[in-house]
Design a protein around this ligand. Structure first.
Ligand code: FAD
Length: 404
């Protein structure tokens, strides 16, 4: 009988699998692994499931996020945040994110962050994932033990450390926590304050301030609109807008759009590339995040280079360690929750032998072909995982394995 692509003929087996993180990616991964018959432990350093959707008013001790010894906070969610996708596109396939007839819930099409957290917590309860999750347990080290061909995970729960052995590890630790900060010439002598959008929570501290935001992402857009009601002036320095939109923004008295910052000076001035300047109190870097896997030891088989995590076959499997190490949720500019579900179905099926991966060499060739095509199109390495208008093709790629 002809086999569908990637269909395996080996006996179906159950593995002992560690999932790192209980955000949307980790929760659906745990469900898919268990459905496939694997035994699963989910490690979660927070005190509840939901990942970045668990809002906290707390911020980090170094608000720009450069000091490696700072106290860290996982979530980047701000108080006013509503989803930027309609809820219909944020549900898992058999557990839609529908509005609930409950006065405690948010029925809007683009609901606030608490509603997403509650959806994820309902999902975890509904599928019994809660019982697989070890809360307040941080993974501090993940290492492949060659002699045993197993993964050794060291975790820490309060003051207790534990070493355990797993057949496979799925990394779902999120990638919106480690701030990426742009270099601003003159910043070391600048007299104002700086922070990253990761530590923005609400507009109150910015009362009557002149604020400059760097970036043109969803967070720069949201935060600027949050600030206009309380700040004296809000200025956005953006790289990727058409110049005819620069200047004072229609419908606002105190919001301006500028080209990028040229430099800043000791007197508090911020100079833009078109020669204009403002005297500002604070700069907020809305400049994105770095992939960060401080716990992962792979002897160089997986590295982060200019925010490219690689090599990863289809953004999931490092060829040399597949399928025993995998990643869910690496791509961005994508419909996230459905992608997590499709990626995790694939991983679960490969681990049970129901689906086969191509050989290590073939996977490496595929990764190299992707890198070559990105280079040919002038795409910088840091955009490797930006799916954007290519996401339908990628989702179809993941989708075909669902039926294998
Ligand atoms: P996270 O939700 O970050 O979860 C990772 C989990 O891993 C966390 O619980 C963390 O505590 C845990 N963890 C990390 N390291 C360790 C460790 N060493 N040991 C144990 N546990 C660990 N997507 C949308 O679909 N719609 C939106 O509207 C939307 N808005 C967004 C707004 C903002 C400001 C941001 C930053 C992102 C937004 N996203 C949105 C994208 C968002 O990333 C995804 O929706 C998704 O929730 C990410 O899930 P995740 O599980 O990959 O990561």
């Amino acid at each position: 009988m002809p086999q569908s692509p990637g269909h395996a003929t080996q006996p179906i087996v159950s593995r002992h699998v560690a999932v790192i993180g209980a955000g949307a990616a980790g929760l659906v991964t745990a469900r898919e692994l268990r459905r496939e018959g694997h035994s699963v432990v989910v490690f979660e350093r927070g005190d509840q499931v939901g990942g970045l959707w668990v809002y906290t008013p707390n911020v980090e001790s170094d608000q720009i996020g450069l000091d490696p010894t700072r106290t860290t906070v996982h979530s980047s969610v701000y108080h006013s945040l509503r989803t930027n996708l309609p809820r219909d596109s944020m549900g898992f396939s058999d557990y839609p994110f529908v509005a609930k007839d409950d006065p405690d819930r948010d029925p809007r099409l683009f609901p606030g962050h608490r509603e997403v957290m509650m959806y994820l917590q309902d999902f975890a309860r509904e599928f019994g994932i809660d019982e697989l999750v070890r809360l307040e347990t941080e993974v501090v080290r993940v290492r492949f033990v060659e002699e045993e061909e197993k993964w050794k995970i060291k975790s820490k729960q309060r003051h207790k450390e534990m070493d355990e052995i797993f057949d496979a590890v799925v990394v779902c630790n999120g990638h919106y926590t480690q701030p990426l900060v742009s270099h601003v010439p003159g910043i070391n002598k600048w007299s104002g304050k700086q922070m990253h959008s990761h530590n923005y929570r609400d507009p109150k501290p910015f009362q009557d301030q002149v604020v400059v935001l760097i970036g043109n992402s969803a967070s720069a857009f949201d935060i600027s609109r949050d600030l206009v009601g309380v700040a004296k002036e809000v200025h956005i320095a953006a790289r990727t807008v058409k110049c005819e939109t620069f200047g004072k923004q229609p419908a606002y008295d105190n919001l301006w759009l500028h080209p990028m910052i040229k430099n800043v000076c000791e007197d508090g001035s911020v100079h833009f590339q078109d020669g204009s300047f403002v005297i500002a109190n604070i700069i907020i870097h809305c400049t994105g995040y770095k992939y960060h896997f401080p716990f992962l030891e792979t002897n160089g088989f997986v590295i982060v280079d200019d925010n490219r995590v690689g090599p990863l076959y289809k953004h999931i499997f490092p060829p040399a360690l597949a399928p025993w190490l995998s990643f869910v949720g690496i791509p961005f500019q994508v419909i996230t929750f459905p992608m997590f579900e499709l990626q995790s179905k694939w991983i679960a099926g490969v681990l049970s032998n129901r689906i086969t991966l191509p050989s290590q060499e073939e996977m490496m060739e595929d990764v190299k072909a992707l890198y070559s095509s990105l280079e040919a199109s002038g795409t910088p390495k840091r955009e490797t995982h930006a799916l954007d208008d290519k996401q339908v093709w990628w989702l179809m790629t993941y989708f075909q394995y669902k039926f294998c």
